[in-house]
Design a protein around this ligand. Structure first.
Ligand code: ADP
Ligand code: MG
Length: 418
């Protein structure tokens, strides 16, 4: 297995020539960090993710013989995938789950839509750390979907691509992920978080930067991600379990309140009134989702008002709710959050992603970033023996394709939003 090193278009093309021969086009899709709104997307709630400038790249060259060959530089492995349409299934070719399921799932979902897939060679190279809660899986699915549709000359709009990637991951990679990750990989916007309503799939871009240069006093803090380097084995199974618990909550609440279709239809007062009729664990799961939705709305407004203190408080409340009510944090994440809170210049810290390891996201004043980095690395290492990775991240645009005009520099063209 190789480290995920930053890619250059020239390097990717050279890698592609070595593995497959010929000149590829290059597509890429970003990972994301979710600022607040955890475990709300699959409950038709609100989220506030930012696409980040760590990408999964897919170098692609069309074939006309119906073969789909895929190479991952991370796993240093090439696989050939069947591209005959089959019934939706969670059983991948060979029977075992592997990285190529995400690509296979995308191909299957394209075929199910009646899209032509004449065949392709694909080289995948990722900079998004795998399994760290920064959504390498959606970036992989989106980069592959963009590459396959572009190389077949049948481009799809970003919303179709996002829903297709979600379905591919749900049905072919065995993860019941929500829409947030593929949506952000498609619609991410440099300089903005997306306040996404996962029920209507409409969003409001929320600026991360001050728009008036004179607004120096409210200079944007930095988003700093701390990777615990831990991923507990139960992460995937507990994720699916939480989804099932929320579904049980919806079913129980719908018996009392017939209009309820999702937790989005329930107010906190209604939930409190129903408490005696609900299992205690289910009540807490539902309470997290409802209070988290309210926190996302408040956090988006706080960001628009440049009220970073308030935003930071909401991050802290989110973390507590994820610990106590949703029970998806772990010692390493709690330690990272506790350490961050010891420092001046940190507005807020919380776990991000599904939980049970992965990363925290921190809102840190620009002049405090270097001290924060050193302190977090040292103290986390002292306490756990692990060296954390710490990323000061830049926001990014959603998935795009590299355009190269003869004699000109290279530029990335966003997928059309029309
Ligand atoms: P996350 O999306 O938070 O990173 P997931 O468990 O959802 O975590 O997805 C991680 C999986 O996605 C990996 O185990 C692997 O199968 C696949 N994946 C992500 N990036 C790559 C890559 N660069 N090459 C091959 N597979 C990848
Ligand atoms: Mg994922």
């Amino acid at each position: 297995m190789r480290d995920s090193t930053p890619a250059t278009p020239a390097g990717l093309r050279a890698d592609f020539r070595r593995h497959f021969g010929g000149e590829p086009a290059v597509c890429r899709a970003p990972g994301r960090v979710n600022l607040i709104g955890e475990h709300t997307d699959y409950n038709a709630g609100f989220v506030l993710p930012v696409a980040i400038a760590f990408y999964v790249y897919a170098a692609v060259r069309a074939r006309s013989d119906g073969r789909l060959r895929v190479h991952s530089t991370h796993f240093d492995e090439t696989v050939e995938l069947p591209i005959t349409a089959g019934p939706a299934s969670v059983t991948p070719p060979g029977g075992e789950r592997r990285w190529s399921d995400y690509v296979w799932g995308v191909a299957q979902c394209l075929l199910a839509r009646g899209e032509p897939l004449p065949g392709a060679d694909l080289l995948i190279h990722g900079e998004v750390p795998l399994g760290a809660g920064l959504s390498s899986s959606a970036a992989l699915g989106m980069a592959a979907a963009l590459a396959l549709t572009q190389s077949a000359r049948r481009p799809l709009d970003p919303l179709t691509l996002a829903t297709l990637c979600q379905r591919a991951e749900n049905e072919f990679a065995g993860t019941r992920c929500g829409i947030m990750d593929p949506f952000t990989a498609a619609f991410g916007r440099e300089g903005y978080a997306l306040c996404l309503d996962c029920r209507t799939l409409t969003y409001r871009p929320v600026p991360l930067e001050a728009h008036q240069p004179s607004d120096a006093a409210a200079a944007a803090p930095r988003l700093v991600i701390c990777n615990t380097m831990i991923r507990h084995r139960l992460a995937a199974s507990e994720y699916n379990k939480r989804r099932a618990e929320c579904e049980r909550g919806v079913a129980a609440l719908a018996r009392l309140l017939p209009h309820v279709r999702s937790l989005r239809d329930v107010t906190l007062d209604e939930l409190r009134s129903a408490r005696p009729r609900l299992d205690a664990v289910i009540f807490r799961r539902c309470r997290h989702v409802l209070t988290e939705n309210a926190r996302v709305a408040a956090a988006a407004t706080a960001l628009e008002d440049r009220d970073f203190q308030r935003f930071g408080q909401l991050m802290g409340d989110s973390h507590s709710s994820l610990c106590r009510d949703y029970e998806v944090s772990c010692d390493e994440l709690d330690l990272m959050v506790r350490l961050a809170r010891e420092l001046d210049g940190v507005y807020g810290a919380r776990m991000t992603g599904g939980g049970f390891g992965g990363c925290t996201v921190n809102l840190v004043r620009e002049d405090a970033v270097e001290g924060f980095r050193r302190f977090m690395a040292e103290r986390y290492r002292q306490a756990t023996g692990q060296s954390p990775e710490i990323y000061v991240c830049e926001s990014a645009d959603g998935a795009s394709r590299l355009m190269q005009a003869p004699g000109e520099g290279q530029s990335w063209q966003r997928i059309s939003r029309d």
